[in-house]
Design a binder for this molecule. Sequence first.
Ligand code: TMP
Ligand code: ZN
Length: 414
Amino acid sequence: MKDVTLKKKCRICHSNNLYKFLDLSSMPIPNGFLKKEKLKDQESYYDLACQYCIDCGLVQLTNVVNPEIMFRDYLYIPSTAKMMMNNFSNLVYQANRMHKLSTSSLVADIGSNDGSLLRFFKSFGAKVLGIDPAENLAKIANEQGIPTEPLLFNTKTALKMKQKYGQADIVTATNVIAHIDDLHGVWGGISNFLAEDGLFITEFPYLLDLISKNQFDTIYHEHLSYFSLKPWKKIVEEYGFKIINAERRLIHGGSIRLTHKRRKNKKNKHARNAEYLILLEEKFGLYKPEAFEQFSKRVMGLKDQLLSLLTNLKSKNKKIVGYGAAAKGNVLTNFFGINSKILDFIVDSTPYKHGLFTPGTHIPIYPESKIEEFSPDYLLILAWNFADEIMEKQKKYKKRGGHFIIPIPKVEVI
Ligand code: TMP
Ligand code: ZN
């Protein structure tokens, strides 16, 4: 496979009626943190722009970077933020209510990472199976008692797993479907692997939140699709399923959790809350190009506002530090041109990021404890999806007179 493939046809409906809207120019893969000795090397830059399918409504990137490049050394481990863990435990509790778990139930998780979600299912007594192409993560999960196959989930591998483990009672996929180019392969796999009365539960960031709350920085190379329910419903039906529950969740700045079951016949309706959300999407104007034009304009407005605030503070010799070396933060800083002249460093709670530098902008990353020693005047919260949790954690800093800057959905100083 080439390093980059131009996406000329829609991932869901194969139409070539695609409309390009937000061009974030080119930047390195935002999870490509650098070691000090690599700073002198030339980094690879990849174009980052969106397009909207006029026929089915799916928003998707214009380019697909070879997954080998993006996931070769995949280091992303879901943060242990309280909000994440609460969301996982809520998902499992809900799944158990809809499909009683027992020691004979098999739950398979697509993109299982280090097994964080399956651990909750295991505590309900179910047999679990992780599926994740990152060999390093599969190894960690296996060592920690979560059986995990280092595989990419598709029709072929799903059949293999069915032969080896039997049919799954529940298949889950949280924050992974948008990363996969071959969406039809995923649905083919689900359709093969899931028991007749099984449940498929998935969660991903919701396009309606992304657009209405200006979350442009969640657009990056790993995220190939930005789903809303209208195009999603199309592919669900194509594989003979129906949505039995659609629920908006606060996680990651606004996500949607969808539960699916096989459709007995074509008259079988989707859940009312799913149909209601499609109406809401239409009312918002999500299926008209103007919505995306206006969104792009708002993003450029945010850029002007944040840059003028930061340069003004710098001209007064204020010390500014970034909070949260999230991939989305790397999109924002690269696109806005925020480098180590503006942010002295970024703090992050994840130990493996400490001592590394952000891709493109080369800002050093330190543990959160560095704040006390350095005493910045402003903390720019790049991990804005955890802003409440971070501000609560940094109460002492605030008491000492420190300020927070939240960049999204609007620039706010607290
Ligand atoms: P994510 O949204 O991609 O998980 O990234 C969030 C980043 O924010 C992750 O690198 C961890 C970091 N973080 C902190 O540094 N402190 C915190 O209190 C929280 C909740 C997250
Ligand atoms: Zn389409």
